[in-house]
Design a protein around this ligand. Structure first.
Ligand SMILES: [Fe+2]
Length: 285
């Protein structure tokens, strides 16, 4: 697998949905190269490194978007000048590092609700021998925002807490107007019913719009989104979020599907219904 071009200076290594591998992004400045994220395992990290060599580059910096295993467990296989993450990401990885990594311990954490069933299954798939899990900690942390100059390419690394992960960080390349979203548009998956909470999703959408991005990429997205597609995606999320709120507050949850069809002016598809349920579950959290 090779890196795919987004712009001359921004490339992504496509993830693998079968293994829950996320997309990894390379930001190529005139002087320095920055990678986001670390990958799910040393195997993914090594594949990314090989592909990066083909671009004639070696990573100088690495930033984690959030603590989840598929973004961070590959960090141990990277040799770079500096690795960075939001301060909560570091604390959460430290917690993960202190866990026992064997079948019984993982199953116990899943039973206790500490680990989600989905992630436990995917971790076990990636690491049949769980003792091979090796969690490295980022070398440096930031709290709110970090500006990184790669030479002709400036990155704004910004902490944006969201339902998916309270430590979540996005990366915005100013000159290219490209926004790497990580998993921030996904719901909270560490709970019985995956969900969004109304207030947090509303703030997230506002903050993402403020970037005024021309291009965006999600960690588990199939391909980069253009300006119009990204605006449309945010609009859909906002429409579902607001329609659910209005229906709950107006005692009209029984009519929710009709109300959403009216708002979208089209029949609903499966993903609309999933989104609707996630907003509805979250409304009562
Ligand atoms: Fe995640």
């Amino acid at each position: 697998m090779d890196f795919q071009k987004i712009t001359n200076r921004i490339w992504y290594f496509p993830g693998d949905p079968e293994r829950d591998w996320p997309n990894i992004v390379a930001f190529l400045g005139d002087d320095k190269t920055l990678i986001a994220d670390g990958g799910a395992s040393p195997e993914q990290a090594r594949q990314v490194q090989k592909a990066l060599e083909k671009l004639g580059r070696k990573a100088d910096y690495l930033v984690l978007t959030h603590w989840h295993w598929d973004h961070s467990f590959g960090l141990c296989a990277w040799e770079v000048t500096e690795t960075m993450a939001q301060e909560k990401t570091v604390a959460l990885l430290e917690e993960q590092r202190n866990y026992e990594w064997n079948d019984d311990a993982l199953y116990w954490r899943m039973e206790q609700g500490i680990e989600s069933e989905f992630t436990a299954r995917m971790i076990k798939k990636e690491y049949p021998d769980l003792s091979r899990v090796n969690i490295a900690l980022p070398g440096r942390y930031f709290t709110e925002e970090e500006e990184i100059d790669l030479g002709g390419l400036t990155l704004s690394v910004r902490h944006i807490p969201c339902d998916h992960a309270l430590d979540h960080t996005v990366l915005f390349a100013r000159e290219e107007k490209f926004l790497f979203l990580g998993d921030c548009l996904n719901e909270n998956i560490y709970c019985e019913s995956w969900h969004y909470t109304h207030g947090r999703l509303a703030v997230l959408i506002d903050r993402l719009r403020d970037f005024n991005a021309d291009l965006a990429l999600e960690s588990h997205g199939e391909e980069p989104l253009g300006r119009v597609e990204f605006i449309d995606l945010l609009w859909q999320l906002q429409t579902v979020n607001e329609t659910v709120r209005a229906a709950v507050e107006g005692g009209r949850t029984g009519e929710l599907e009709t109300l959403l069809e009216e708002a979208f002016e089209r029949p609903l598809v499966e993903s609309d219904l999933e989104l609707m349920k996630a907003c509805l579950y979250g409304y009562y959290q």
